[in-house]
Design a protein around this ligand. Structure first.
Ligand SMILES: Nc1nc2c(ncn2[C@@H]2O[C@H](COP(=O)(O)OP(=O)(O)OP(=O)(O)O)[C@@H](O)[C@H]2O)c(=O)[nH]1
Ligand SMILES: [Mg+2]
Length: 105
């Protein structure tokens, strides 16, 4: 018998750019909170979206794609990801297995 107490927590979705992080969050939360695009590095900051059912409330954090930094914008984007890790109870790593893995994965 499940407890009546609602459990809640933060789940950060991470992975390299363009693997479908924002698409996954929109699907899970049945919302269009995060912008989805074929262009890499569309997400530029943390975006929170809430999933709720009768037992749980999960705050998903969408993040920019983690990648090797070449300039100041890259460093900023990666810093957003690392801040999101610190706020999260769980980190979900998303990998696109339709493409071959590389060092950024
Ligand atoms: N074939 C396929 N394409 C997908 C899937 N999920 C997302 N896409 C496509 O992949 C592209 C990138 O999706 P996003 O959700 O914006 O990816 P992201 O990881 O948030 O990208 P960044 O914010 O740039 O890091 C878009 O063109 C999506 O339509 C999937 O499950 N299958
Ligand atoms: Mg995104």
């Amino acid at each position: 018998m499940p407890s009546k107490e609602i459990k809640s927590g933060y789940v950060c979705i991470t992975g390299k750019p363009n693997v479908g992080k924002s698409s996954l969050i929109n699907t899970i939360t049945s919302n269009k909170t995060a912008i989805v695009s074929y262009k890499s590095q569309t997400t530029r900051n943390q975006i929170k979206a809430i999933y709720q059912d009768q037992f749980s409330k999960i705050i998903f954090i969408d993040t920019p794609g983690l990648h090797f930094a070449k300039n100041k914008l890259d460093l900023f984007l990666n810093s957003q990801v690392k801040q999101a890790y610190k706020q999260s109870d769980l980190v979900l790593l998303l990998v696109d297995l339709t493409k071959s893995l590389d060092d950024e994965d």
